[in-house]
Design a protein around this ligand. Structure first.
Ligand SMILES: [Zn+2]
Length: 186
């Protein structure tokens, strides 16, 4: 395989060393976890979305927040308000709202960042790599061509072009705008 083919193959199928199928990265996520205080529940309990709680959308059923340890700029998490670890335990109304929020988050990232693709998914259960297995969370991860580089391979470090504060300050106002465009609905 010549170099050009290798580059194109990496662009098409780059998740070999990043993204949601990386249980070894849980050590970063697990720092968030406290058995008594679920980090997602504390976001749900917060009165308003803010840079501090990383929340960008809040409703009676779901929340959308920035991942504190993003795989890529704009990596979002969608969580149900209920502290539930299995999607089988979500009622239809909550499940539907979750899926709408996942779609909304995807649309938001597409509009704000002009992303070319997204990884959307859930690590369902501890064995599947869920960092916080007791509270369901969907990952919505923006992808760009060529967004992988050698840093994650050699140093387990992802170089991100924006701080979380910058990302929040871009996305939070964009949520309001997109909601207005959609008549207030997800
Ligand atoms: Zn919780």
């Amino acid at each position: 395989m010549d170099q050009k083919d290798k580059i194109e193959l990496n662009d098409i199928w780059p998740q070999e060393r990043d993204f949601i199928f990386r249980p070894d990265r849980l050590k970063y996520v697990r720092r968030l976890k406290n058995d008594e205080n679920c980090v997602f529940c504390s976001v749900v309990e917060a009165k308003v979305p803010s840079e501090n709680n990383l929340c960008i959308y809040k409703s009676e059923q779901v929340h959308i927040l920035l991942n504190k340890y993003p795989y890529n700029t704009g990596h979002l998490l969608v969580v149900p308000n209920k502290h539930i670890g299995s999607m089988f335990d979500l009622d239809d109304s909550d499940y539907l709202e979750m899926m709408k929020a996942v779609r909304f988050a995807s649309k938001l990232l597409t509009k704000v960042y002009g992303v070319k693709g997204l990884n959307v998914g859930v690590n369902h259960g501890k064995v599947a790599g869920a960092g916080i297995p007791d509270h369901l969370h969907w990952h919505v991860i923006p992808r760009w061509f060529g967004d992988t580089n050698f840093f994650p391979v050699i140093a387990e470090t992802k170089v991100l072009p924006e701080t979380l504060e910058q990302t929040w300050n871009k996305l939070y106002p964009a949520v309001t705008k997109l909601l207005e465009e959609k008549g207030g609905k997800l």
